[in-house]
Design a protein around this ligand. Structure first.
Ligand code: GTP
Ligand code: SPV
Ligand code: MN
Length: 594
C-alpha cells in the first residue's frame, strides 16, 4: 500500500490504531499530514483532483477555494448524533444514546472497505496552543481532502502535535469516513469512556471536523466534568474602555445566534473615537479553568473560524470580511459568473450565478443562492481584531459570562443574574429560536441550556451540578448576564440594531463588573434603567427602548411554567438549586419577596 510521510511517528499506540483502521477501511493509500506548507500545497492539488475544491476568482479571492457539499449534507444532524456510554444514565435525556456494543459493529460494517480506491488522511492535531497545559491532542482519520484541509485551518496540525504527544496513549481517536453520504448510513458516535469519536456518512462541519463539536465540546465536557473544568459553546472577546482597562468576557449563544459577530465587533464611531476597543480571542468554543486567584481563565482550543456566511458584510462584520479575504475555504455559497463568491446579505444580488447546489440561479428563482448555513473556514491569525493574548497558555481571566438567544418576545435586551446560582439557572433554562445550523425546523423556540443542548457530552443534570460546583470553587467567579439582540416589535422588525451597537450593552455589563453603575432589581434579575444605557447617537425611539427593557409579567409567568415542564423532562439528576431558583423567580413575579 502506498504511504505518504510515513515514519513521522514512532508512537506505538498511534501506529497500532492506524493499522486497525486501515484493516477496516481498506484505503488505497495512507497520507500522514506533517503540517508543512509543502504538504498543504500537495493536498490542495489533490482536493482539486477529487472535486472537493472548485476554483474561484483568484484575484478577488487569493488562496481561496469553493466546496459544495452533498445536498442532503449541509448542517449538523442532531438526530443522528449519539453519546455511547456503557450506562444510559450517564448519557442522560438530552442526548441520543447507543450502547458501545451496538455502535462499534454498526459503524464498522459501514466503514468496512469504504475507503477502497481512496486516500486515508491521518491528521495529528492539537486543540489549544501546543504549550498550554489545557491542550488536548487528537488524531483524525478521514477520507475527505476537504476535511483534512479544513482541519489544517481549524486546529494545530502535524509534527508539532505528534511531538507534543510523544509516545503517550493520551489522544482522542477520531475516525471519520464519508462512506456513501446516505442519511440512513450517517452516524456521529461519541465514546467518552474510550476517548474516541466515530463519524460516518457526512462530510459537513460539526459532523466531520471532529476536533470541533465532537472533541472540543462533547468529549471535552465529559473530561472537564472529571477533571474540574468547563468546555463551553462560547466566544471569548476583550473589551477595553477609554481608560485603558480591559475586560475579557465569554458569551454562550446557540448556533447561528451571533457569537462570531460579537467576538469581532467593531465599536460604533463615537465609541471608537472615545477609545473603546474590542478584540477577538475566539468565536465558538472556550475551555475554562479556575485559576489560583479564584478567577475563571478561558482558552480558545481552535485556531480558525468556521463561520456563517449569510448576513456577513462590510457593515455588519468588517473584521470577518478582512479575515476571509484570502486563504479561506467557502462552503455552499453562490458563485458569480466571474468566479467570485456571493451569499445572501453580502451585497446586491447578482443577476445570475451558480447556486450552492451547482445549479443556474437568478434572484427570481425564489430559493436562496447560498445555503442558509453556508460557511467560511479561515485562520484566526488573519483576523485584524485578534487580541495579542489569543494563544496565551494559561488563558485570559473572565470578568463576565453572557448567555443569550434569539427570542422575538419575552427576554429583554439585557439583565444580570443576582448571583452564581441564579446565573446557572438562567443559563440552564435559556431558550432560543432554532436556526439553519442544524437540520430540522427553523424558528421554533427550544430550550438550549448554556447554548450546549446539542453538545453536552453527558447527563444534563450532572452538567448543571458541575456548573454550580465550578462557581463555588471560584472565589472570584465572573458575573453572569443574559442578552437578547433579537426582540421584535409588533410588525416583526428587530427592535435593536445589533452588531457594532451591541457594544452599548457590553459597556453596561463591564461597568457593572467594575461596580461603577447601579442596576434596578426586577423579578427576573438586575437591569439598567433607560438612562444607564449609552444610546447617544443611536436612532432609536423612546418606545423601542421601553419595549426592549420591558418585562411582561404574564408572559414571564407562562415562561416559568414552561421552564418547569422542561426541567421535569431532565430527570432526577437536576440539582435542587435549579428548582429553588425557579421557585424564587415565580415568587418574585407573583409579587412576593424573593
Ligand atoms: P455558529 O457558528 O453556528 O455557532 O454561529 P454564531 O453564534 O457564531 O453566529 P454568527 O455570529 O455567525 O451569526 C449568525 C447570524 O446572525 C448571521 O446571519 C448574523 O449576521 C446574524 N447576527 C449576528 N449578530 C447579530 C445581531 O446583533 N443582530 C442581528 N439582527 N443579527 C445578528
Ligand atoms: C454550530 O453549529 O454551532 C457551528 C457549526 O459552529 S458546526 O461546526 O457545524 O457545529
Ligand atoms: Mn457553534
Amino acid at each position: 500500500m502506498d504511504e505518504i510521510n510515513t515514519g513521522i511517528t514512532k508512537n506505538k499506540h498511534l501506529l497500532g490504531w492506524i493499522a486497525e483502521c486501515v484493516k477496516l477501511c481498506k484505503p488505497e493509500r495512507v497520507w500522514w499530514l506533517d503540517g508543512s506548507d509543502a504538504d498543504k500545497e500537495r493536498l490542495t492539488e489533490e482536493a482539486y483532483k477529487t472535486g472537493d475544491f472548485l476554483p474561484v476568482n483568484a484575484e478577488k479571492h487569493p488562496g481561496c477555494h469553493l466546496h459544495r457539499s452533498a445536498h442532503n449534507d449541509v448542517a449538523r444532524t442532531e438526530k443522528l448524533t449519539f453519546i455511547c456510554t456503557r450506562d444510559e444514565g450517564d448519557c442522560g435525556p438530552t442526548n441520543n444514546w447507543m450502547a458501545p456494543s451496538e455502535a462499534y459493529p454498526k459503524l464498522s460494517s459501514i466503514l468496512d472497505g469504504s475507503m477502497a480506491g481512496r486516500t486515508m488522511y491521518v491528521i495529528p492535531f492539537s486543540m489549544g496552543p501546543i504549550d498550554s497545559p489545557a491542550r488536548k491532542i487528537g488524531v483524525e482519520i478521514t477520507d475527505s481532502a476537504y476535511v483534512a484541509l479544513s482541519m489544517m485551518i481549524m486546529t494545530r496540525v502535524g509534527i508539532k502535535a505528534l511531538d507534543a504527544l510523544g509516545d503517550s496513549d493520551d489522544f482522542t481517536r477520531c475516525l471519520h469516513g464519508k462512506a456513501d453520504l446516505h442519511e440512513s448510513r450517517r452516524f456521529i458516535c461519541h465514546f467518552p469512556e474510550d476517548n474516541a469519536v466515530w463519524s460516518v456518512g457526512s462530510g459537513y462541519g460539526g459532523n466531520a471536523l471532529l476536533g470541533k463539536k465532537c472533541l472540543a465540546l462533547r468529549l471535552a465536557s465529559w473530561q472537564g466534568k472529571k477533571e474540574g473544568w468547563l468546555a463551553e459553546h462560547m466566544l471569548i472577546t476583550a473589551i477595553t474602555n477609554p481608560a485603558g482597562k480591559t475586560h475579557f468576557v465569554a458569551a454562550a449563544f446557540p448556533s447561528a445566534c451571533g457569537k462570531t459577530n460579537l467576538s469581532m465587533l467593531v465599536p460604533p464611531k463615537d465609541f471608537a473615537e472615545k477609545g473603546w476597543k474590542v478584540q477577538t480571542l475566539g468565536d465558538d468554543i472556550a475551555w475554562i479553568r479556575v485559576g489560583e486567584d479564584g478567577r475563571f481563565y478561558a482558552i480558545n482550543p481552535e485556531a480558525g473560524f468556521f463561520g456563517v456566511a449569510p448576513g456577513t458584510n462590510e457593515k455588519t462584520n468588517p473584521n470577518a470580511m478582512k479575515t476571509i479575504s484570502k486563504n479561506t475555504i467557502f462552503t455552499n455559497v453562490l458563485q458569480r459568473d466571474d468566479g467570485s463568491l456571493w451569499w445572501e446579505g453580502h451585497s446586491k444580488a447578482p443577476e445570475k450565478g451558480i447556486d450552492w447546489k451547482g445549479e443556474e440561479w437568478t434572484p427570481e428563482k425564489g430559493s436562496p443562492g447560498s445555503h442558509p448555513n453556508s460557511r467560511f473556514t479561515a485562520p484566526l491569525s488573519q483576523c485584524p481584531s485578534l487580541h495579542d493574548d489569543w494563544e496565551t497558555p494559561k488563558g485570559v481571566p473572565l470578568s463576565a459570562i453572557i448567555f443569550g438567544g434569539r427570542r422575538a418576545k419575552l427576554a429583554p435586551l439585557v439583565f444580570e443574574a443576582f448571583n452564581w446560582q441564579h446565573g446557572t439557572f438562567v443559563g440552564a433554562t435559556m431558550a432560543s429560536e432554532t436556526t439553519a445550523a442544524a437540520t430540522g425546523a427553523v424558528g421554533v423556540v427550544r430550550r438550549d441550556p448554556m447554548a450546549m443542548l446539542p453538545f453536552i457530552g453527558y447527563n444534563v443534570g450532572d452538567y448543571f451540578r458541575h456548573w454550580l460546583e465550578r462557581g463555588a470553587a471560584a472565589s472570584n467567579a465572573p458575573k453572569i448576564f443574559h442578552v437578547n439582540w433579537f426582540k421584535r416589535n409588533a410588525d416583526g422588525k428587530y427592535l435593536w440594531p445589533g452588531y457594532g451597537e451591541n457594544l452599548r450593552v457590553l459597556k453596561w455589563i463591564i461597568e457593572r463588573c467594575d461596580g461603577r453603575i447601579s442596576a434596578v432589581k426586577t423579578p427576573i434579575g438586575l437591569m439598567p434603567r433607560k438612562e444607564d444605557l449609552d444610546l447617544r447617537g443611536l436612532d432609536l425611539s423612546e418606545d423601542a427602548v421601553e419595549e426592549l427593557l420591558a418585562i411582561d409579567t404574564q408572559e414571564w409567568l407562562a415562561e416559568v411554567e414552561s421552564q418547569a415542564e422542561f426541567l421535569s423532562k431532565l430527570g432526577e439528576r437536576v440539582p435542587d438549586e435549579i428548582y429553588v431558583e425557579r421557585g424564587k423567580l415565580k415568587d418574585r413575579l407573583m409579587g412576593n419577596k424573593g
